[in-house]
Design a protein around this ligand. Sequence first.
Ligand code: GLC
Length: 481
Amino acid sequence: MRVGTLPITRMVGMERNQAKMTQVLQLKKMINHQVLTMQKNLISRRRTAKKSNRVSEAITVLESNWRDGYTVPSPYLYPFQWLWDSGFIALGLSHFQEDRAWSELEFLFKGQWQNGLIPHIIFHKESELYFPGPDVWQAHKESHAIETPASSGIIQPPVMGFIVEEMYHGASNKELARVKLLEWIPKLYQFHAYLHNERDPKNEGLIYIRHNWESGLDNSPMWDRALERIETMEQDLSSVRKDLAKIDASNRPTNTEYQKYLWLVDHFKANNYFESEIRKECPFLIQDPVINALLIKSNYALYRLSVELGDPIEEFKIWADAGKKAMNSKLWSQEYSNYLGYDLYADKIIPESVNTSFMVSLYAEIPSAEQAQEIVHTHLVPFDLDGYYLMPSTPYKSEKFDPKRYWRGPVWINMNWMFVQGLSSYKYNDWANQVHLDTMELIEQFGIYEYYHPQKNLTEGCGSSHFSWTAALYLDLLQRM
Ligand code: GLC
């Protein structure tokens, strides 16, 4: 069934969402962390009242993954603080516990390095549940890193700019929001300055990533070619990898992939995390369209906020304009109707078209109206809505499609969340509604998971259950349609 023939489904979906939105608002009023007991009673009453309703469950997930100041993405798989996870989580929290939402981001800044880098993992507390931990990264030995908290030595997508803009506009305590932003915009400026100064050596307007984990899309087929050039001795990592004890191996990156990921970490350590040294011989240096689109989105958001707060920082806009122009000249592919990565080591474009790229570029409003139309006509119009949920991370017709393995096929909620907004900003409202409905259905039918098998007759929640950003963005999406 095509979107154009779906008005009734959509209406029902919208009414259902409105009802749930009312519930979120009711909960928002009632939930006060000073009366925790009352909250827990309320949650359990609501759960019995309506089984398909995941609102109270989402709140419980966020409650139980809270660690005195920040939220872990998942209690047993990812027991520390992750950068872009915390951005999405803060937004979800802001709908019912504003003080926690501010704290979430505050804890990210605690890990910021002296050169501006905000690390992808911050190890605020010890845990034996994750590999590679701080002893493997050894980032604190590097001169730019701070001693505590310990952290990894790479980044993740810079989502905080547009997240704080959303939080500022939704804040009920505007004065507090203003105080936070006045303190944080300079820190975000430092982070973005590090990205533009250190990760864009030819001043092209595009930053590079030097590890697939920096993209947030850990094992996307986009990284295959670059990783192929890393040769490692075959070594069985199953005894040190903690993920395989908890999650089926078919859902996770392979042993060989993991060896290459660790090879890169060794390369960074060998160069004491000095960017100019690392990039000299790093076999993985990629201008990724997803991270660049998110940086552009954040730069525009921070520019707008700096204007609103009375102290415009023009550089945010200069960076954003240059990035947008470079995305459309260097990374846009007419052949694929998509943005492709650029491999700086091989000095060529990576001919791997993945759905995450155009989803995020629409969200960041990078394409022109004509490019957006091409994207929709190429990737959405022929999409088999009866067979698959929108939107698999890798196209289901690709030979690399692997429906259960992480970023090689499954649907991810953070991506759908961006896609809904991107499609509506280009006025593809039917499609935006359809992605919204699919997202809600996945969460409501299959639970609060890390990612989802996209094929309709085989769908299941995969990876970690009780996944924080799924819970947070579910609460946020309820308010968006
Ligand atoms: C996985 C995801 C990454 C996420 C992390 C913590 O590694 O690929 O995007 O940040 O888990 O949830």
